[in-house]
Design a binder for this molecule. Structure first.
Ligand SMILES: O=C(CO)COP(=O)(O)O
Length: 277
């Protein structure tokens, strides 16, 4: 046996290789990703497209996003019979429609993510909520366990707490939420768009993690969705995690292809719109 030390020598017995392989499945070699979130039923209600989750998943899959985000129940039902499932992120916490919009509760674990074959585990925090400290504890515990087993972590970090007052939705509040998640050691931070490329570039610059953006409420037109995506990528983000503006689009498959062109091929909103035709 050779005594040479190779860069791969210890990877077989550490969690580092597992984390690296999973991140590579999600972000390829470019470090960019388009993720489609299908986890809104518990926090936002059962939209018709989420009720018909099997069809919606097939439409999404046909657009070839880098991954989907789902809860363990939906993941179990979608992927068990799929010979070639998409890479996926387990949503392991949730807030609750209308009643508890600023409290994320644990609804899954890092060990579920391992058992179910997920490529990352996602937990949400509502920054500025009265129970922010408890959510930070949940996130810290998730990051700690994920590090032990080589599972990348995602934080849906929103400044949705009731304590912001007039500063809610401000670029300052978005930076705070994103930065809090990064401070806890999260790999991927997903947060709200700030409304302009310049202000979002400050969020990216102040957040030492891969930064992604949520799509938010359904936009009036597809073009608005593409313009937001273009502006987010111009700001230096690692990608998009869009839900309602993808599965709620008239043609989710075409919307994904248009967004892919922006995220992966550097297309502008104008040129990507050709893929919607
Ligand atoms: O990741 C998301 C929800 O978990 C993003 O969803 P929306 O794009 O619908 O805001």
């Amino acid at each position: 046996m050779s005594n040479e030390i190779s860069p791969f020598t210890s990877f077989g017995v550490t969690s580092g290789l597992g984390r690296a392989i999973r991140l590579r499945r999600l972000f390829g070699v470019t470090g960019r990703a388009l993720v489609v979130a299908l986890d809104q039923a518990v926090p936002r209600g059962v939209a018709p497209q989420l009720a018909a989750i099997e069809k919606t998943y097939q439409d999404v899959k046909a657009g070839n996003p880098n991954a989907v985000t789902v809860t363990r129940g939906v993941g179990g039902s979608l992927f068990a019979g799929d010979p070639q499932p998409l890479p996926w992120i387990l949503k392991a916490s949730s807030f609750s429609v209308d009643f508890h919009a600023t409290i994320d509760a644990a609804i899954g674990t890092v060990d579920d993510a391992v058992r179910l074959g997920a490529d990352a585990v996602a937990v949400g925090i509502s920054a500025g909520s009265k129970v922010q400290p408890q959510m930070l504890e949940m996130l810290a515990a998730t990051v700690g366990r994920a590090a032990e087993v080589g599972m990348p972590t995602v934080c849906h970090a929103y400044p949705s707490g009731e304590l912001w007052g007039e500063r809610k939705n401000s670029p300052e509040s978005v930076l705070y939420a994103a930065r809090a998640a990064a401070e806890l050691g999260v790999d991927i931070v997903k947060t709200w768009y700030t409304g302009s490329s310049a202000s979002f570039a400050e969020v990216v610059a102040g957040t030492p993690a891969l930064v992604m953006v949520a799509g938010g409420a359904k936009a009036d037109t597809d073009q608005e969705v593409l313009e937001m995506a273009d502006s987010v990528m111009q700001a230096g983000a690692a990608g998009l995690t869009f839900g309602r503006n993808v599965w709620g689009a008239e043609n989710p498959t075409k919307m994904i292809k248009a967004l892919r062109a922006i995220v992966h091929d550097g297309a502008t909103a104008g040129s990507a719109a050709e893929k919607l035709a």
